[in-house]
Write a protein that binds this ligand. Structure first.
Ligand code: CA
Ligand code: CA
Ligand code: CA
Length: 252
């Protein structure tokens, strides 16, 4: 019986580990965002040159206790351009459900509320420490820096975009790291012990942009591919079978 229990545990953790590693979940950049500060840019994915600011996709994965988010963007070759900086990663834990269509969406116009933010320790460097902070929902927005707060008004940029954490530096919950790795920015932070189910990736909504908001990526983390769900389902059915067999053996 003890051997069977060990086998069941090994199969369970093996299956979970395999599923997590095999399936990074992709948020495509089909999000736009409201309020370009110059005329002629409404409804466009990128303000300014695409090879300076384009963000193409975000990949999300759970590796051990860490949530790992890779953001693919041309901006990573152009950090500091026109006085811009890297942004922080905003996290919603109750999904992603903005009121308006994505061309009209922004901080002031019916966007998703963010419950957490993963902040980089230096927004002009290429690697460093990332820290997870809660955002105070009772005074929502007081600890969020918008593009308008950070951009020189002489430039054309996307107004009203959440770009960086601006709250107290000492209130962080867990830490990790961040790094520019060629064509993507990897932000990785410990997802455990923060009082909510960070590991349930598809309940999350994410938002990322550089300080000008010239391209914003935002959306819900999608459900795993049907193939993965089937495999996970098959694994759990197998597990249930073993459990039943185990109880019969115990009773006999
Ligand atoms: Ca884009
Ligand atoms: Ca939310
Ligand atoms: Ca976009």
């Amino acid at each position: 019986m003890r051997k069977a229990a060990v086998l069941v545990l090994a199969l369970f953790f093996g299956a979970i580990g395999w599923v997590a590693d095999a399936s990074a979940l992709t948020i495509a950049d089909d999000y736009i965002g409201a309020d370009p500060s110059g005329t002629g840019w409404d409804g466009r994915d990128v303000i300014g040159a695409k090879d300076l600011f384009d963000i193409s996709r975000m990949e999300v994965d759970l590796v051990g206790d860490r949530i790992v988010v890779d953001i693919y963007s041309a901006y990573l070759d152009n950090i500091g351009e026109c006085g811009t900086e890297l942004g922080d990663l905003f996290v919603s834990i109750d999904g992603w459900d903005p009121v308006l269509s994505t061309e009209l969406d922004g901080f002031y116009s019916g966007g998703e509320d963010w419950e957490f933010v993963v902040a980089l320790d230096d927004h002009r460097d290429t690697s460093g420490t990332a820290r997870l902070y809660p955002l105070d929902q009772t005074v929502y927005g007081s600890d969020i820096l918008l593009s308008d707060d950070l951009m020189d008004p002489r430039y054309i940029f996307r107004e009203g975009q959440e770009v960086q954490y601006g709250g107290p530096a000492d209130g962080w919950l867990t830490a990790g790291d961040w790094s520019v790795m060629g064509d993507f920015l990897r932000i990785s932070v410990d997802a455990m012990g923060v009082g909510w189910n960070f590991s349930d990736l598809h309940t999350l909504g994410l938002h990322y942009t550089m300080t000008c908001g010239n391209d914003v990526i935002e959306g819900a983390v999608p459900n795993p591919e049907p193939g993965t769900v089937l495999l996970l389902g098959a694994g759990l059915l197998g597990l249930a079978g073993l459990r039943r067999k185990g109880s019969r053996m115990h009773r006999g």
